[in-house]
Design a protein around this ligand. Sequence first.
Ligand code: AMP
Length: 281
Amino acid sequence: MEIIKTIKEMQQKIEQLKKDGQTIGFVPTMGYLHEGHLTLVEEARKKADIVIMSIFVNPLQFGPNEDFDRYPRDIERDERLANQAGVNFLFYPEVREMYKTEMSFHITVKGLADVLCGSNRPGHFDGVAAVLIKLFNIVQPHFAFFGMKDAQQVAVVTSLVEQFNFPIEIVPVPTVREEDGLAKSSRNVYLLEEERKDATVLFQSLQLAKGLIKAGEKNREKIQSEMKRYINQHSSASIDYVEIYTFPDLKPLQSLSGLVLIAGAIRFTNVRLIDNMTIDI
Ligand code: AMP
């Protein structure tokens, strides 16, 4: 695995790879790798000749009171894991390399960013879109892999490549979980010991919703309130949101039908967790 820290060097490599007729699979991450990230690499290896992973904690997608400074980082461990997983090139630029000058442009994600995490984290998806435009332009992948753990991000990036005509196939990858159902996340390390067990409530509430739907429940609000009741009864977490939308256009729905996204975000002492499930009704 080669580690590349500058945009120029990454662009030169890409040019050579393309000349050689290689297909490129891209896995953008913020590092502190876990099995979720490594599953994206596995999928990328199946579809593309060359796998490029980026590790970049993007300041633009963090709000002023969010965890940019304390976001977990361990580049040596990440290098080892990425190498073992079969990444060919690890693109690892510093913030001053990616944002050499203050950005004169601001991209605003409308509609898709007004709900779920977007309404809790104003500006977050604007920052995600900006960095992905940069990364897509630098890496020029044929395929880009994104986890369904961040379903709203999948919706945003799918729309981004469509509306800005990037010739990139977005490949969504199912959420990888711990044995007890907790979705793997770099931020799980911030759960206090006594919160770790409770953290499964989010996944369990999604399963509860699935059970209700399978049993014929069609009332969105009833399902949401059952999920909230469950979370409140079984944990100390506070609820940011529990919502149900169409997927991938994230429109509200009254009666449940078609492909729906059930998503939730909850807060513990030092960490905010998200999870979701899509169900075809
Ligand atoms: P992050 O480093 O958190 O920005 O995540 C980088 C990529 O890994 C994103 O596409 C995430 O959706 C994906 N990802 C994170 N956690 C998981 C997981 N538990 N299962 C599958 N994909 C994941």
